[in-house]
Design a protein around this ligand. Structure first.
Ligand SMILES: Cc1ncc(COP(=O)(O)O)c(C=O)c1O
Length: 343
């Protein structure tokens, strides 16, 4: 039985057409700024986000860390929600790389409330760390794929401006946020000084993110990228996959969202299961109250459906839909999960 892999939208494999685009890519040495395909990708994404410049980096984690490193100095503080990817899943990078501390704020589904953020800003005094950045994540991973309302992003941008701070947007799944809400990438990005988007999640490229913003910030990020060893040479092979993904896999993200909504209906009908959040994009978070997610996911895997224990509570299982699962496989996943639970 072929497993239906719903652990993450990062498990997709490049399509035949994407591999052909990669094979045909014109390349050069990107550390010298001479890879035409990387340059085209950076320009394309910057334009989509309404920013001056873009920087191709190997991963979403590096994009986040470069952005936060660019906007801060040691001893500064970054205000973010308590479940933010940049402080939950990036190996303590903020502290280890930049000497910066987070100011985590509890926020429903990870969507920051301006009043709570304003209350957390430090007064200017010798005693305090210097608040420097407000960080938002759109869509929010641990918030179950929640989409920021545009007005909220704008309010946080206005708050940042009022206090002389920068807004940074981790838009690893901004493509999904835009597809689900109809808000353009550029409108979501406008209030933020720097924004990153990931090519290897819903879009299905094998690697890479693009960090976009004003030319001087992107130049700083480029220098930091070199320091971290993220300068790649004939990276146009990978950039070509990203360009192909943007051109061919963007509009179909709504299919992933429809599949996730359907999966949500199917799992909510399982014995002992309930959805933690409404399904807004491609993430489905299911609580099996009082049961062990670690044990359950083993049982599901044996039945041919892969999910992940989400980790923020012991009974929470995460499923994510993506390019490599069809609507028919979602129906089959529902049957297999029901079988695994003896339903
Ligand atoms: C919201 C968010 N930001 C950043 C990342 C990091 O991306 P990468 O795995 O490419 O380092 C992820 C990964 O899942 C994510 O969900």
């Amino acid at each position: 039985m072929t497993p239906i892999d719903l652990r993450s939208d990062t498990v997709t494999r490049p399509t035949v057409a994407m591999r052909a685009a990669m094979a045909a890519a014109e390349v050069g040495d990107d550390v010298f700024g001479e890879d035409p395909t990387v340059n085209r990708l950076q320009g394309t994404v910057a334009e989509l986000l309404g920013k001056e410049a873009g920087l191709f980096v190997p991963s979403g984690t590096m994009a986040n860390q470069l952005a936060l490193g660019t906007l801060t100095r040691p001893g500064d503080e970054v205000v973010c929600d308590a479940a933010a990817h940049c402080i939950s899943f990036e190996g303590g990078g903020l502290a280890a790389l930049w000497g910066v501390q987070p100011r985590p704020i509890a926020a429903p589904r990870g969507i920051l409330e301006p009043e709570a953020v304003e209350a957390a800003l430090r007064p200017v005094a010798d005693h305090y760390p210097r608040t420097r950045v407000i960080e938002v994540e759109n869509t929010h991973n641990r918030g179950g794929g929640a989409v920021y309302p545009l007005a909220r992003v704008q309010a946080l941008g206005a708050l940042a401006r009022k206090h002389g701070l920068d807004l940074y947007m981790d838009g690893a799944r901004l493509w999904n946020a835009s597809a689900a809400s109809g808000v353009s990438l550029a409108d979501f990005a406008a209030p933020a000084a720097l924004v990153s988007v990931c090519l290897s999640k819903g879009l299905g490229a094998p690697a890479g993110s693009v960090l976009c913003g004003p030319r001087d910030h992107v130049a700083t990020a480029r220098r930091l990228r070199k320091r971290l060893g993220g300068g790649m040479r004939q990276a146009g092979i990978l950039a070509a996959a990203g360009l192909h993904a943007i051109e061919h896999h963007r509009t179909r993200l709504t299919e992933d969202h429809a599949n996730a909504r359907r999966l949500g209906q199917l799992v909510a009908a399982l014995p002992g299961a309930k959805l933690l959040h409404p399904v807004d994009t491609n993430l489905v978070f299911v609580i099996f109250e009082g049961q062990s997610a670690a044990e359950l996911t083993k049982r599901f895997a044996a039945a041919g459906v892969l999910g992940l224990p989400e980790g923020s509570r012991p009974d929470l299982v995460r499923f994510i839909t993506h390019l490599d699962v069809s609507a028919a496989q979602i129906e089959e996943a529902g049957r297999r999960l029901a079988g695994a639970l003896g339903a």
